[in-house]
Design a protein around this ligand. Structure first.
Ligand code: THU
Length: 132
């Protein structure tokens, strides 16, 4: 089994907690995410779906936007939890949003039975970035 640091274990627990608030009546996938700032703060959020499906927002982007809206832009790690049996790596749109703030952010994603630790340099090599 994968051993996570105490910090990443807490981050994943916070993602799991956020998943309990998921609004996902259409897909049924309860997703939660928690992002860790370099100064040790954690922002968590869930996926929020809509009857007009394309308006739905993933948990990871929701968590990052929440942090940015609170004045935080420097992120060290992000965790994603889905209450399902399928593997659930972050979608392409969320990877691109992560890359905006940290192209090598640590990424932990987990479902009911498996946890994976990786980083964005692996998940999105050659990311499109305009920031100097
Ligand atoms: N979802 C996320 O929250 N994060 C991802 O990275 C992939 C997909 C959500 C969107 C939708 O509410 C549900 O999972 C099924 O796609």
């Amino acid at each position: 089994m994968l051993e996570l640091s105490a910090t990443l274990t807490e981050l994943l627990e916070r993602a799991k907690h956020a998943a309990s608030h998921s609004y996902s009546p259409y897909s049924g996938y309860k997703v939660g995410s928690a992002v860790l700032t370099v100064d040790g703060q954690i922002f968590e959020a869930c996926n929020v779906e809509n009857a007009s499906y394309s308006l739905s927002l993933c948990a990871e982007r929701n968590a990052i936007f929440k942090a940015v809206s609170a004045g935080k832009r420097d992120f060290e790690a992000i965790a994603i939890y889905v209450d399902a049996d399928e593997p659930f790596p972050p979608c392409g749109a969320c990877r691109q949003v992560m890359a905006e703030f940290n192209p090598s952010i640590t990424v932990v994603y987990a479902n009911r039975s498996q946890t994976v630790k990786t980083d964005l340099a692996q998940l999105l090599p050659g990311a499109f970035c305009l920031k100097k």
